[in-house]
Ligand binder design. Structure first.
Ligand code: 5GP
Length: 128
């Protein structure tokens, strides 16, 4: 069965898309730690990120780098954290999270509740 991220990539489940190319896809995390919290995923369905072949892993990081630059400009944050953790979705993904301090990347924190309009506006800004 396709993962929820594959179904998002296929357009079967809606998302707030941030970027896409032939091999990778980026969209806003629906439970964000901060405005601009984005997930970057490979279109090929692989559970564990280090099971990706070397070239895909390297290219995914370069794809993420381009998005991180947009998040940094949008958020005016010090840095964009790159986080790989969690077992929730068996489809490799990188979290990109605007950060000004290490506390901003604490996944135990309560997530933001954004309106559809807020999500859409963030995605619009990151698509520029
Ligand atoms: P992890 O496996 O990294 O712990 O968590 C997966 C992440 O995917 C979580 O941050 C969760 O909010 C996000 N997520 C799970 N399902 C969906 C979904 O249907 N849409 C979006 N945009 N994000 C999701």
């Amino acid at each position: 069965m396709a993962t929820i991220f594959s179904r998002i990539i296929a357009g079967e489940i809606p998302c707030y898309k941030v970027a896409e190319n032939d091999r990778f896809f980026a969209f806003l995390d629906i439970n964000p730690l901060a405005k601009g919290h984005t997930l970057v995923v490979p279109k090929c369905e692989t559970d564990y990120i280090f099971d990706l072949d070397d070239q895909t892993l390297a290219d995914m990081m370069v794809f993420a780098k381009q998005i991180a630059a947009k998040i940094k400009e949008f958020s005016q944050c010090n840095r964009v954290a790159v986080v790989v953790l969690g077992l929730e979705v068996p489809h490799a993904h990188i979290h990109l999270i605007p950060m000004n301090s290490e506390n901003d990347v604490d996944f135990r924190k309560e997530k933001l509740k954004l309106t559809p309009e807020e999500f859409a506006n963030i995605a619009l800004e990151l698509n520029k």
